[in-house]
Ligand binder design. Structure first.
Ligand code: HEC
Length: 142
């Protein structure tokens, strides 16, 4: 088994690399004004930081803290501070829906986490990250 793994890993690596050099990027390019691009990327980095904090709280069984981070940084309560309404006007419908889906999933997670059960909270958390992935696989801004 030991010698097998590196060989498999190598094949997977070569495969991913050849897809990359084929330059296939089916994502739709969404043109945003420069200021808005920077604002959006700053939001994105905070989204990732928030997910990381949520996971850290869950690992310590601090579901109420995880719930607060989700609602305030990713959930419906975060929309104003993100300037989401302003930015969503520049987005195609599918992208807007992915964004709304992510904010809704975060608020649903927050409620689930407040119930205090880890497993359902993890399920709800993966709905948030699925929304991140859905938007990322469909759209780019550069
Ligand atoms: C509505 C669409 C959308 C959603 C939802 C979304 N993102 Fe993004 N994100 C983007 C786009 C578009 C980019 C830029 C990708 C590109 O142009 O190549 C991006 C970039 C990023 C980056 C790179 C930031 C940088 O400075 O380079 C991170 C990190 C990120 N997203 C994290 C997340 C996380 C975590 C979530 C979910 C909690 C999330 N995003 C949800 C659209 C989205």
């Amino acid at each position: 088994m030991k010698p097998g793994y590196p060989v498999i890993a190598m094949f997977v690596g070569v495969f991913a690399f050849s897809a990359a050099i084929a330059g296939e990027d089916a994502r739709q390019l969404v043109k945003l004004p420069e200021m808005m691009q920077q604002h959006m990327m700053a939001n994105m980095r905070d989204h990732l930081a928030a997910i990381n904090e949520i996971l850290a709280h869950m690992a310590k069984d601090e579901l109420d803290k995880a719930a607060d981070v989700a609602e305030n940084r990713l959930g419906m309560s975060s929309l104003k501070s993100h300037g989401a309404g302003h930015m969503s006007r520049f987005m195609p419908e599918g992208m807007r829906q992915a964004g709304t889906g992510m904010h809704r999933a975060a608020s649903r997670f927050s409620l689930k986490a407040q119930e205090g059960e880890l497993l359902p909270a993890y399920r709800a958390l993966s709905d948030i990250t699925s929304a991140c992935v859905a938007c990322h696989s469909g759209y780019r801004i550069k």
